[in-house]
Design a protein around this ligand. Structure first.
Ligand code: CA
Length: 241
């Protein structure tokens, strides 16, 4: 049974979510502050599978909570609840390390679908990196190694932890090595087609991934921009071959 932590200070909303998610067969715990959530989510281990995190909270807000979690090495899939009409909140949430978002007010069915999506993508990631019979859970290029199982990227002696979404985006680009991939395709294949997702959210992921894998993020050699289309991953740039 999958376990969900809800961080929401609006009592009636929290109660409604608990009731309906439990009816869907999930185990649910509700806390009403970011501080309580941080206590329940120690680095690198937790009994929860997904976090639903409201942005507007008393004390530490959702953005602070997600960035503190990620900085502490806690990469549990997290869906943020942002206020409608604040597209900058979405980008801020992704920049802080959120995996998905939903604007309030939302339909319960959509929230459940998104939660399923996060759980499924985690399974997809784990399954697709372990094709039988020979388990392969890493990809190496140009002195860098992505470990999709551990959700981390090693560059020389440095280790960069990846969020589930960062790993999914990188994996998708690596799977299409050398080919251009449109933002729309990435939205459909990696995110599961959220028509309301701003495509700039993808650019935001690319900026972060470049910081990890490029020697000079302003002059990328692996994660290339295809003007007007999207991106292309190149494992071995010509001058390295
Ligand atoms: Ca709130």
């Amino acid at each position: 049974m999958s376990s969900i932590l809800i961080v929401e200070d609006e009592q009636h909303l929290a109660d409604g979510l608990r009731f309906n998610l439990e009816a869907e067969g999930y185990q649910v715990q509700v806390v009403d502050t970011g501080e309580a959530a941080l206590e329940l989510l120690p680095a690198r281990q937790t009994s929860f599978d997904v976090v639903v995190l409201d942005v507007m909270l008393p004390g530490k807000d959702g953005f602070t909570v997600i960035s503190e979690l990620r900085q502490a090495g806690q990469f549990i899939p997290t869906l943020m609840l942002t206020a409608r009409g604040h597209p900058e909140d979405v980008l801020k949430g992704f920049a802080a390390g959120a995996d998905d978002y939903l604007t309030k007010p939302f339909e319960l069915g959509i929230l459940i679908a998104r939660i399923r999506g996060l759980l499924r993508r985690r399974e997809w990631l784990r399954a697709s990196i372990n094709p039988s019979p020979e388990p392969i859970d890493t990809f190496s290029f140009d002195g860098k190694t992505v470990n999709f199982d551990q959700l981390e990227l090693r560059v020389l002696d440095q280790v960069f932890p990846l969020t589930l979404m960062e790993a999914n985006v990188l994996r998708f680009l690596i799977q299409h090595e050398g080919k251009q991939v449109s933002r729309k395709t990435m939205l459909e294949e990696v995110w599961g087609l959220h028509e309301d997702t701003d495509t700039r959210a993808i650019d935001n992921f690319i900026v972060r991934l470049r910081r990890y894998i490029e020697d000079d993020p302003t002059r990328p050699r692996h994660l290339l921009t295809v003007r007007g289309v999207g991106y292309r991953f190149v494992a071995s740039p010509p001058d390295l071959a």
